[in-house]
Design a protein around this ligand. Structure first.
Ligand code: KE4
Length: 431
């Protein structure tokens, strides 16, 4: 048995499914998850000493690459001053000022400890501000595991949610309506039915939890227009896209301004950090300045702030980073698409900036229904082929590939060579 196999067997005795987050368990693709011992730059090394080129990047946070000396040094210095005080600190002010002074529509921001907490809090703030109960989300979009968004991801329009998880009561999701991503008419029909009850529309401005599905031209601007027409707030869930598509995230990238935004991942640089922010009049509803309660023992933790501030400061001071990352994405994902065409295979590569997904689907993937048409068994074979080639993809067809500043030209070449090898062999199997 490998050490990963031994650890997985032990883990399953004491941790549900052997993991602290379900996707890590390789459930949809089979096999034993690799237990990682360390990671540096664009690579991770498992407990058996195998090194992999990494496209998970911790699901997004490691945009500078793993184990960045820049971030590590600030964390080290923060640790020497103590790990947590439960009191206000200067670095929390610096973090809030950096974000608010960089992103115009974020007039105020509150730090929390995860993307889930950010979304939960933003929805509560939207309901508190509008006095309305209902929210609209999109089939296939994931916003963390707070009850109100764990709605069965039905691929059609749903006026009242049904729970997508045991333990979530009907009551928790009865005010959650589901629309179809990239389909403004589906949103308009829900608003027409319940418009004056809708507190907010929440959207991943680039869907990345059904695999990567970019917004169609006009989709985000259309959501802005519809929210304005019906007095609902627009929430961009930028836990993945924030500070990744550009320093101003998808809002800046697409030129569409939400009322509230949620962040996570990159703003913690690998430490547990989430945040929500937006218009001052909305954020001032949040305790202790207003009646919307939200709190957290470790919110704004000084060590986590040190990590996040180091990473964000670097990104802000090096705007050219994003151009280079986008070029890298075009190069990798564009070349993957070209290899599929050269092999005369019908599959799809969706990508935008540094996010991309290879879908084993024969039709364009533009929403949840078309994403779900993917051949997940074939994806499992592809995943394990690439893992054998020393390339660790996200262990699910419905996740993204993430690029970092640490991925090199050689890394891309190794990836493309492995894909070409797959397509020439296994990839031809009964298409
Ligand atoms: P966390 O609570 O996991 O920090 O963030 C929840 C969340 C909210 N919004 C969006 C758009 C997200 O993608 C996420 C979490 N993303 C997943 C990856 N698809 C995290 C990986 C995991 O669940 O282990």
């Amino acid at each position: 048995m490998t050490k990963s196999e031994q650890l997985f067997a032990r883990a399953k005795k004491r941790i549900p499914g052997g993991v602290n987050s379900p996707v890590r368990a390789f459930g949809s693709i089979g096999g034993t998850p690799r237990f990682i011992a360390r990671a540096d730059g664009s690579h991770m090394t498992d407990v058996d000493g195998n090194t992999y080129l990494d496209y998970i990047c911790s699901w997004g946070p490691m945009i500078l690459g793993h184990n960045s000396e820049l971030v590590r040094e600030q964390v080290r210095r923060a640790c020497e001053r103590g790990l947590s005080y439960g009191c206000a600190t200067e670095i929390e002010v610096e973090m809030a000022e950096l974000i608010c002074e960089s992103i115009p529509f974020v007039e105020m921001i509150r730090m929390v400890n995860s993307g889930t907490e950010a979304v939960m809090s933003a929805i509560r703030a939207a309901r508190g501000f509008t006095g309305r109960d209902k929210i609209i989300k999109f089939a296939g979009c994931y916003h963390g595991h707070t009850d109100s968004v764990l709605v069965s991801a039905g691929s059609g329009v749903m006026t009242s949610g049904s729970p997508d998880s045991a333990g979530v009561t009907k009551g928790c999701v009865q005010d959650t309506m589901t629309a179809v991503y990239n389909d403004l008419e589906s949103v308009e029909s829900l608003l027409a039915q319940a418009g004056d009850q809708v507190a907010a529309v929440i959207v991943e401005p680039v869907a990345a939890n059904m695999g990567v599905v970019p917004p169609k031209e006009g989709f985000l601007a259309g959501l802005r227009r519809l929210c304005d027409a019906y007095g609902a707030l627009l929430i961009f869930d930028e836990v993945i896209t924030g500070f990744r598509l550009s320093f101003g995230g998808a809002a800046e990238y697409f030129g569409v301004t939400p009322d509230l935004v949620t962040y996570g991942k990159i703003i913690g640089a690998g430490m547990p950090v989430g945040a929500y922010g937006g218009r001052r009049e909305i954020m001032e509803m949040v305790a202790p300045s207003g009646p919307v309660y939200q709190a957290g023992t470790l919110s704004g933790n000084p060590v986590a702030m040190a990590a996040g501030l180091a990473q964000l400061s670097y990104l802000k001071e090096h705007p050219e980073f994003y151009q280079a990352l986008e070029e890298k994405g075009k190069d990798l994902y564009g070349s993957m698409q070209a290899l599929l065409e050269k092999a005369n295979l019908p599959w799809q590569v969706n990508y935008i900036a540094s996010l991309g997904s290879l879908f084993f689907a024969k039709e364009a993937v533009q929403d949840y229904t078309s994403a779900k048409a993917s051949d997940t068994e074939r994806f499992a074979g592809y995943f394990h082929f690439m893992l054998q080639e020393g390339i660790h993809l996200a262990p699910s067809q419905f996740e993204a590939m993430f690029l970092s500043g640490a991925h090199t030209r050689e890394d891309l070449d190794v990836t493309l060579a492995a894909l070409e090898k797959y397509l020439a062999g296994e990839g031809q199997r009964s298409v």
